[in-house]
Ligand binder design. Sequence first.
Ligand code: ADP
Ligand code: MG
Length: 324
Amino acid sequence: MKRGASEFDLIRRYFTRPAPSAALGVGDDAALLRVGRGMELAVSTDTLVSGTHFFPDADPFLLGHKTLAVNLSDLAAMGAQPRWALLSLSLPVADERWLERFSAGFFALAEQYGVELVGGDTTRGPINLCVTILGEVPQGAALRRDGAKTGDDVWVSGSLGSAALALAHKRGTVRLLPAEFASCAAALHQPVPRVALGLALRGVAHSAIDISDGLLADLGHILENSAAGAEIEFDALPVPDVLRALSSQGSGEMAQHCALAGGDDYELCFTAPVSRRTEVESISGRSSLPLARIGSIVAGGGCIVRAPDGSAIHLEKSGYDHFR
Ligand code: ADP
Ligand code: MG
């Protein structure tokens, strides 16, 4: 660590990059942004806390990635085009090696998605990483949680349960082979925000959410906001082979937990009318992203998950909750 770097040196060195689309970026009391005509601003914020969201010794490059990725995932779930971000950092010390790697991970992903960092805050304190993300969506076109209709198909992108499996391996509750762990750990540390999918689903999906706390918990938010219920087939859930194998090796409950309530998946769960099925399938083909049809929206409330024999699967905990 070089001594003597001031807060402003750090901001200039690690967090000031050109932001050509902003009227004014980092360096003043506030950034100035222009939103396109006919567009709404989609704004969201997400914080990563040491001990809760990451291990204290986590790789700073991957942390930089994930801090932005979880925010991009929220905009993906709204069908919004990400444009700008603000980054609030609270750090116990100004460790420049750490800052260098963190900012490299952050900007690598930001560049990939055309996001400009236009401001933030840098303070000393227990480590805390908070991004506010801003995006654009045509007025009235956002994918919301309250639009699911009886009869809709329920879809999930990518695959579920890998991140939870990686965590379970770290905690020693399951033992994975090195290659299995590596692929699950990649899902945990470098989630891919489904931004292109969210954009493609505008005008197709009735509702959408990103799966951060586990499928049941997050689909539950759609159901509650839409005053609807759902029936899901466990066997239709897209899970990695290693998770499917766990079921056949007598760890069925662990497999169910990871797939349904694991959290940290950052896939999209969305509902769309049956009449749009072929369109959803063609979006999947165009974006080379598997989309699995896992069940339907039904009248009433709550979610029933059916095992292949038709019986209902019950979980002790339906998802991650910070206060339960
Ligand atoms: P103020 O004291 O007016 O709140 P700050 O000293 O907090 O301003 O920040 C100075 C400038 O640097 C502002 O434009 C702010 O948005 C930006 N900034 C501070 N920290 C960060 C950061 N971690 N990433 C990006 N921009 C930052
Ligand atoms: Mg400030």
